[in-house]
Write a protein that binds this ligand. Structure first.
Ligand SMILES: [Zn+2]
Length: 80
């Protein structure tokens, strides 16, 4: 039976969606929401307004992924 494998896969896909939500950024200049750290409209820097807000409910379940994301974001910010 391959069912557990499929369930694992669905979980991974779900987690990826959560991470996407958490990496929502807002442009400092025009207020456009983007998933990138740079606004697609005016190329200004976009920041994540309150990452915890999106993830409080999921932070326990997806803590591992959240920490990985935070680490990645921090590294990216520091490298600029
Ligand atoms: Zn912008």
């Amino acid at each position: 039976m391959d069912l557990s494998h499929l369930q694992e896969r669905n979980k991974l896909i779900k987690n990826r969606l959560v991470i996407k939500q958490m990496s929502l950024h807002k442009c400092l200049k025009c207020g456009t929401y983007t998933l990138q750290e740079t606004c697609s409209k005016c190329k200004e820097k976009a920041v994540s307004p309150a990452p915890a807000r999106f993830s409080i409910e999921h932070s326990k379940k997806y803590g591992k992924y959240r920490r990985a994301l935070m680490k990645k974001m921090k590294e990216e910010q520091e490298s600029k």
